[in-house]
Design a binder for this molecule. Sequence first.
Ligand code: 13P
Ligand code: SF4
Length: 308
Amino acid sequence: MDLVKEINRLKKEKNAVILAHYYQVAEIQDIADYVGDSLQLSQQAAETDADMIVFAGVHFMAETAKILSPDKIVVLPDLKAGCSLADSCPPDAFEKFTKAHPDHVVITYVNCSAEIKALSDIVCTSSNALKIVNSIPKETPIIFAPDKNLGKYIISQTGRDMLLWDGSCIVHEAFSIDKLIELHKKYPDHKIIAHPESETHILNTATYIGSTSGMINFVKQHPKEKFIVATEAGILHKMQQEMPNTELVPAPAKEDNTCACSECHFMKMNTLQKLYDCMLNESPQIDVPEKIRTRALLPIERMLELSK
Ligand code: 13P
Ligand code: SF4
């Protein structure tokens, strides 16, 4: 069976839109109607006229789409496509934490479950985190969760005193600083660019720090440069498509990592076959209990409003 042809046929038949994150495998990015970062994909999910949103990403992303578009069918190719950051923040423990600090504004990174969003005042992504934090009055204390690395980066940029949740992304924490320094000796003219989910010692080596779309834009704006790219390796597909003549090298992971470069095994659970199956069967679908959905919607809408 020609999967690409069949997926395109189902797309028309079911009035479906395929939204894919930059970390998806190349063939999924190539068939998607829209490829983007977490913020762009949630904006697309909020605005689409499609009846079905096929979310080629991970669970929290599809959940955010369902929160924003409750009347649409939202399918995820593999229900097990989760996220270590989202898993690092269980709702019961987080609720206790927020209750212990009732005077704090709760800002959560979008990489968390609907239950955590429902306990938040405002959501952010890596592309708008600084703007969202700066929108909170200076004297107001902040809880930031779940990513401690992004939290530390925001503190370094804003000088804000934030209480951080102890969560992290296994993919961005897999980068090896020793191997990165070695690699940079081999490619001394390459500039290092990094995602803020990376640890501080990696970020300290970077010329540019930003979200996946920010990193792609930076590469596009510097056509004469070469880059070592410290984020999930799937991004190289879009970067290379946009800039075919730019030399790109993925940042190296620690020895014990299963892959020489950093790949998110959750993102890579989605395949073209599973994408086709979920469209055909309209399953697995994402559902969010209405009580949680309405509470989670408000902090997401606040973020979208501030990101216009
Ligand atoms: P962005 O695409 O928003 O930069 O997020 C990266 C990420 O880790 C998504 O899981
Ligand atoms: Fe989660 Fe990290 Fe994978 Fe993004 S790359 S989905 S933060 S585990």
